[in-house]
Design a protein around this ligand. Structure first.
Ligand code: HQG
Length: 186
């Protein structure tokens, strides 16, 4: 069975994220097709040009990736990123009822602006929210000392905000106005 080093997983994961979330043009696609599904062959051809990635290695990354960033179609002929896109994409996700509370990990320097404007999707397709504090803390710590915001998703949903659950358990929504956000007091 193929086992890959963490470095190799990261390399393949990053290159695949770049193509499947941000740069479909790198595999000759003007835009992402419905569902964000790209032919696995097409992705492998592009990866192979740079890194000599085998189908077995890609399978391993899809299966073992720490955040389950990618999914294969049922037959494995196509692959997509489960979330995190910056290019327009219709993932075909159905609106879903979120848990009562969700979390978002950010950093101190963003707080003033989030207090005023709420959470925006910034360069991504949606605002990303987590079901647990540990995940939100990991997300925030990519940028510095994490600050955890608590989102009143129950009230948002009641007020008509639409939520989607990605295949890897991330909650997505268009924006979070600041009235639904609790900021840490300390
Ligand atoms: C902040 C990674 C100022 C927001 C992660 C965040 C996640 C504002 C940054 C996924 C703001 C956007 C998403 C406002 C939002 N003013 N700052 N009004 N509204 N922000 O990367 O949630 O490893 O687009 O707090 O783990 O950090 O790629 O979003 O700090 O799951 O799979 O603007 O990406 O997953 O940053 O991360 P991002 P995110 P992957």
């Amino acid at each position: 069975m193929t086992t890959l080093s963490p470095e190799r997983i990261k390399l393949i994961s990053k290159a695949s994220s770049l193509i499947l979330r941000h740069r479909p043009d790198l595999v000759g696609l003007e835009q992402l097709p419905a569902g964000g599904w790209v032919s696995t062959e097409r992705l492998l051809r592009a990866l192979n040009r740079r890194f000599k990635v085998s189908r077995e290695e890609l399978d391993y990354v899809v299966r073992e990736n720490d955040k389950q960033r990618f999914s294969y179609s049922a037959s494995g002929t196509h692959i997509r990123a489960n979330q995190g896109h910056s290019v327009p994409v219709d993932l075909g996700l159905q609106p879903a009822t979120p848990p009562g509370v969700l979390f978002h990990g950010t950093v101190d320097r963003s707080i003033a602006s989030i207090r005023t404007d709420g959470l925006s999707k910034m360069a991504r397709h949606a605002v990303h929210l987590s079901v647990d504090i540990a995940t939100a803390s990991n997300v925030g710590s990519r940028r510095g000392n994490p600050v955890i915001l608590t989102i009143d998703s129950a009230r948002m949903a009641a007020d008509g905000h639409i939520f989607y659950l990605s295949d890897n358990g991330v909650w997505l929504t268009d924006s979070v106005p600041s009235e639904y956000i609790s900021f840490p007091t300390a």
